[in-house]
Design a binder for this molecule. Structure first.
Ligand SMILES: N[C@@H](CCC[C@H](N)C(=O)O)C(=O)O
Length: 284
């Protein structure tokens, strides 16, 4: 089977995208396809697979499959790439439109240059979900989890838990270079206190408007960027009083910067770029 694909990335967080406005694919093939295309040696090489599809409730739909074939609820970088593709390839003909993800519908706004190419994209990622059981995280109460002691393999850490439609465990560190990304990331991802697994973020507070950030993504491992993770980091930093609500915070990810703002009405705004890398045909 020949499957037409587009490869795109947001700050190095790269996925193989299928434009299901052009063709359809059987549901049961998707987890295996995600695993195969993601493999850099025997496939194309990516952090996973994203479907851009018609939606009944929004202008365009997006579904994300991680590298291991599991399906995620949302993807910040994937939403920006979907927005760029939808505008540049004529799926939408206006600069403000709605994208459906499994976690819900978000609003996107693209900035466009004189040659009609999309530059920065802003997405209203909605309000974070903070109650423990909704993350979901196991524990004795349903309060917000802020800087709670969290022991992993005899190491004492403190976790702040945030859902941006998908679960994030945020840990503040003194120096981002010392973040135990490869040691603790895979262990925390599968820790039983997070029954659905978790995306793991280490964050250094650089200033009241700047964070350094590294991520171990659920289902994909270390990636160069995570949009929902950057939003979760800003929410966690606000809850811990490292930064203030309604300020625009620059998050330095491995692949570049995102601007994130948690506004007074509780909405989290994400602004950043997206790039189309290649188009081609995958032999499946
Ligand atoms: N890279 C993404 C998040 C992708 C899904 C995540 N790994 C999960 O399973 O929740 C982003 O940019 O937000």
């Amino acid at each position: 089977m020949e499957i037409p694909f587009i490869k795109m990335h947001g700050l190095g967080n790269n996925y193989i995208y299928l434009d299901l406005f052009q063709f359809d694919i059987q549901e049961e093939l998707l987890p295996k396809l995600a695993q195969q295309v993601s493999n850099v040696n025997t496939g194309i090489g990516s952090d996973g697979l994203i479907l851009i599809h018609p939606s009944k409730i929004a202008d365009v739909g997006m579904r994300i499959f991680n590298k291991d074939g599991s399906e995620g609820m949302s993807c910040g970088n994937g939403l920006r790439c979907t927005a760029k593709y939808a505008y540049e390839y004529g799926i939408v003909d206006h600069k403000n439109f709605r994208i459906e993800a499994k976690a819900g519908v978000v609003e996107a706004e693209v900035s466009v240059n004189e040659t009609n190419k999309v530059g920065d994209i802003t997405i209203n990622m909605g309000a974070p979900i903070l109650n423990r059981t909704a993350i979901p995280m196991v524990g004795e109460n349903d309060e917000i989890v802020i800087n709670e002691p969290f022991k992993v393999q005899d190491v004492e850490l403190n976790v702040t838990a945030v859902s941006m439609g998908n679960p994030h465990a945020v840990f503040f560190v003194e120096r981002i270079e010392d973040a135990p990304l490869y040691e603790q990331g895979p262990v925390i991802e599968k820790d039983k206190r997070f029954p659905e697994g978790v995306n793991v973020e280490f964050v250094e507070v650089v200033s009241p408007n700047e964070l350094n950030f590294r991520v171990w993504e659920r289902g994909s491992g270390v990636t160069q960027a995570c949009g929902t993770g950057a939003c979760a980091a800003v929410v966690a930093a606000t809850l811990n009083e490292h930064v203030r609500k309604n300020e625009t915070i620059t998050v330095h990810l491995q692949g570049g910067d995102l601007k994130i703002r948690w506004d007074q009405d509780g909405q989290v705004w994400m602004t950043g770029g997206a790039e189309i890398v290649a188009t081609g045909s995958y032999h499946f």
